[in-house]
Design a binder for this molecule. Sequence first.
Ligand SMILES: [Fe+2]
Length: 436
Amino acid sequence: MGCCHHYFAATEGGEGVFSVDVSSIAYGPGALREAGEQAKALGIGRIALFTDKRLAALEHVAIVKTSLAAAGVDVAYYDEVRVEPTDKSFKAATKFAEEAKVDGFISVGGGSVIDTAKAANLYATYPADFLAYVNAPVGEGRPVPGRLKPHIACPTTSGTGSECTGIAVFDLLSMKAKTGIASRHLRPTLALIDPLTTHTLPANVVACSAFDVLSHALESYTAMPFTRRTRSRTPAERPMSQGANPWSDLGCREALRLAGKYMVRAVTDASDHEAREGLMWASTLAGIAFGNSGVHVPHGMAYAVAGLVRDYQPDGYPDDEPIIPHGMSVIVNAPSVFRSTAAACPDRHLEGAECLGADTRGAGEADAGEVVGARIVELMKPTGIPNGIGGVGYGSADIEALIKGTLPQQRLLKNAPMEIGAEHLHTMFEGALSYW
Ligand SMILES: [Fe+2]
């Protein structure tokens, strides 16, 4: 902890204020049964319920429907959400939202479902050309004009954190690239989090989600300190990705501790409810942490890794087309990235490793990158994660294309603790080809 005081030291012209924005949260076993009363309390009389085809058949959606009906809330039902959404699927969801004439939204699902509801809410409330609100330089990056309709987000995987963030991610089909929309107004009004939803998840989904959590926490913890960002002229101009800050640190450390403790147990034994529910709490903590700090290079590289997929098809996911699940596309880069970024803030990398359960006795600053990288690899092996980007189908010949796909993610790359250029990305992708 000795580092933290120093890490947030004031800089000339740098930011002096950090802000904390969080969704309201209702958390606990059975929380989904509150959906109807919560919607009513938000003044919602007719609600758009978003989910995907696979989830539609599970009991979570039925519980939410029953609860809404009992509270007298009228439902417009949409189960066409695409896992790993695209601009095309966002537009279809928007059309539905416009025609449904609702005064609120509820999303039941993983990040794809929650993000789709955010986008539909945005474009139905403030219609605009699709690229208007999309992050620059891919889109115009135009600010969202104002508040959206209330949105209750009910996560059914313990990873995304999307229920607590103002970010919606999708594939822009024409560019074969993942990008997103980021605005405080996109943050759900209420995160309704029921850890019982984790009991029935396939093992591979638990693994991918848990590594997404791990990386959210470790990236936030090692992000550039908020004091190094140029001071924002007004509070409204302060970005959500404001860099590491004392508030986000709290959630990151506990999320890392829980991920390190429970990940292997939760993946290898579906009946270990303590471990699976522990990961849901870790996901919530990491979500409220990175929602206020932002993530950096592993997520930036993940956009390219997922976007350029050729023929990889993991267990536990829809098998109609190749897909590299989000958490997997992040974590295959992570050990290599942290081995490099450790030089910028070794204490934080070492402390992150310690939270994850690594033995850091005798380790010095020069060992920080290796210690944290090795601990992540140690968790990847027993949880069935592929061996680096080579394990999901890439080789040395693909590195240039992967770099090209990563460089536009400037919002993420600029949040790293050191400057990141093409040559750094080359080293990082090369180091991520295989780990064992
Ligand atoms: Fe993520």
